[in-house]
Design a protein around this ligand. Structure first.
Ligand code: ATP
Ligand code: MG
Length: 253
């Protein structure tokens, strides 16, 4: 698909086979619009993280194509590494610097950004993610929620074209989850394109422009939240009865 039609990412017939007898998912196809928020869900082990790692360029696909901004980047993991920002499910493994500030600067230094630009992006991300008071701290001493915000900051300063967050609410208390979701929604308002991987569908569905459900080796459901909603329970996804879709949010306790 062309870049100007509002589509940023197009995944076509993507498969991942461990060997001839073992396929994790088969012929997954979907498109992500610029400035949209896609919610990817599905049971444990359905391949959500793997699919996102493939899109990022960390794993090779068995077959299929990935088009980003109108350009076929299937065989260019390097380009995907640059354009796709992925906040790992295990945020801890993403934290590398000796201090919070050094950690946020790490990727920007690799990109070869000038010091002024680094400082500008650092200031912006540290403010947005409420990390200013931690800049001199060793990342190891941060709490789980603080580490998650640090991991998001480290990815954001790279200014990726598409931002993927893999289970960003895992192990967060309600207040921290609200703060991460609020930041995501602010980024979306600013025009960022976001894929949110979360099994806590009952806390996120309200904000999704598109919902994808991976199950039993395929993309079992895809579409608007309204179209997917009635079929979620049969896919093993918990949705409380009698709650309006727009109330399925961390922001609506
Ligand atoms: N590089 C790999 N090689 C072989 N198998 C893999 C690889 N990566 C993941 N898998 C397997 O693929 C399946 C899907 O894993 P994945 O981590 O993507 O699941 P998930 O949907 O993210 O699950 P969860 O909800 O628990 O995070 C698992 O059975 C996993 O063991
Ligand atoms: Mg996962």
């Amino acid at each position: 698909m062309a870049a100007h039609d509002g589509t940023l990412l197009t995944v076509t017939d993507l498969s991942f086979c461990i060997d001839r007898h073992h396929t994790i998912f088969d012929r997954v196809s979907f498109a992500v619009g610029r400035g949209s928020l896609t919610l990817l869900c599905g049971p444990n082990g359905s391949g959500k993280s793997l699919l996102m790692r493939i899109i990022k360029g960390l794993e090779k696909t068995s077959s299929g194509t990935i088009v980003l901004g109108g350009e076929d980047v299937t065989s260019s993991a390097k380009k995907r590494m640059r354009s796709v920002g992925l906040v790992f499910q295990d945020a801890e493994t993403q934290v590398v610097g000796q201090s919070v500030e050094k950690d946020i600067r790490f990727g920007m230094e690799n990109l070869g950004l000038g010091l002024d630009e680094q400082q500008r992006r650092l200031d912006e991300a540290a403010t947005l993610l409420d990390l200013r008071r931690f800049l001199d701290r060793r990342p190891k001493t941060l709490s789980g929620g603080e580490k998650r915000r640090l991991a998001i900051a480290g990815v954001l300063v790279m200014q990726p074209e598409i931002l993927i967050l893999d289970e960003p609410f895992a192990n967060l208390d309600w207040r921290s989850a609200v703060s991460v979701l609020t930041i995501l929604l602010r980024l979306k308002d600013e025009g960022h394109t976001i894929i949110l991987v979360s099994h806590e569908v009952e806390k996120t569905l309200a904000h999704a422009d598109q919902v994808l459900v991976l199950d039993e080796g395929t993309l079992a459901l895809s579409g608007s939240k309204e179209s997917v909603y009635p079929k979620l329970t049969e896919r093993g996804i918990f949705i409380p009865r009698g709650v309006a879709i727009e109330d399925l949010s961390w922001l609506k306790p």
